[in-house]
Write a protein that binds this ligand. Structure first.
Ligand code: PSU
Ligand code: MN
Length: 309
């Protein structure tokens, strides 16, 4: 059997013509932000991609069908839906097979983008090695996906809900190229400087496109992770956000929250603890990432790779 993808006509037209397309995830909509801000943000991010000259493809499972690009009505429907599964590599097929709604994480969005022939994907933050992973073994499937699926993921770094040094050690072990954009240190989501040296630095979207295409020419199947610092005017100082992250982590521990529920719980609590201020920063950085991802996709479309795997 082959899987029938529901590809939005605008996305299909762009792919057929070799024009720039940027994949967008949907877990951020259903498990990362409250309604109606989530749909506003999803629309604004799509508009940013279009304004930069690329076509957005928000990826989600609706009624058991894998959608590559959503209509506005579908986006609205997903943003309000309850009982949406958070889908990663392990449960992707099972959710499609049983039907219903699914929101794709970074890992699942990479799988879907690659299936559809999309090379670039913009998100906010990736999953990683959770603090206390030495006991819980909680390491996001996003990291393993970056090691095996050739999609360039643009994020703002990783949130302090994670163990950042361990997250980047694992990425190195897995052979994932990690770039900081325009600086020598890794950004850490709400702050531009996470205090860790960046493994690689790229100064322009074209540099990233060239590195990704060279990696494919080498025959390596890994993705690329591009860490794009949050715009200066939207930055939240670490001293402000860290105590709230610590509180959210302590609460998760008290309530014995585990597995897939951990990340959504922490994101929701930080939103509440900052009185919604974390959301403004999220919106600014996601739009910025969408803009950069569109520029990378444009650069790739101008010098297409020789062979498409
Ligand atoms: N980190 C963020 N924001 C997010 C997520 C992670 O700062 O929205 C979401 C993404 O969809 C990511 C997923 O792929 O959570 C990771 O979940 P887990 O840690 O359960 O693998
Ligand atoms: Mn996990």
């Amino acid at each position: 059997m082959t899987l029938a993808l529901a590809v939005h006509p605008d996305v299909q037209a762009a792919l057929d013509a070799g024009r720039a397309v940027v994949a967008l995830e949907s877990t951020i909509i259903t498990h990362g932000m409250p309604f109606p801000q989530n749909v506003d943000v999803a629309r604004a991010v799509e508009a940013t991609v279009r304004a930069a000259g690329a076509v957005p493809a928000t990826i989600a499972i609706l009624n058991g069908q894998l959608h590559i690009g959503l209509t506005d009505a579908q986006l609205m429907d997903l943003a309000q839906a309850t009982d949406v599964a958070k889908v990663s590599r392990a449960d992707f097929a099972a959710v499609l097979a049983r039907g219903g709604y699914g929101a794709t994480t970074v890992a699942a969005t990479m799988i879907a983008a690659h299936l559809a022939g999309i090379h670039v994907f913009a998100t906010g933050g990736i999953g990683g090695v959770h603090r206390g992973a030495e006991d819980s073994f909680d390491i996001s499937a996003d990291l393993q996906e970056l090691a095996q699926t050739p999609v360039t993921v643009v994020c703002a770094g990783a949130k302090a809900i994670l163990d950042l040094p361990k997250t980047f050690e694992v990425l190195e072990t897995l052979g994932v190229p990690v770039f900081a954009l325009g600086q020598d240190t890794l950004p850490a989501f709400w702050s531009r400087d996470g205090g860790l040296p960046a493994p690689l630095r790229a100064d322009t979207p074209a540099d990233v496109a060239k590195a990704a295409q060279t990696q494919r020419a080498l025959g390596l199947q890994a993705g690329h992770l591009v860490c794009n610092p949050i715009p200066e005017d939207a930055e939240i100082p670490r001293a402000v956000i860290l105590p709230m992250v610590d509180q959210a982590l302590a609460e998760a521990d008290d309530r014995a929250i585990t597995g897939k529920a951990v990340t959504p719980f922490l994101l929701q609590r930080i939103y509440e603890l900052t009185d919604g201020a974390s959301l403004d920063a999220n919106i600014a950085l996601i739009k910025h990432n969408a803009h950069v991802a569109a520029q990378i996709a444009l650069a790739m479309s101008q010098t297409p790779a020789q062979a498409d795997p």
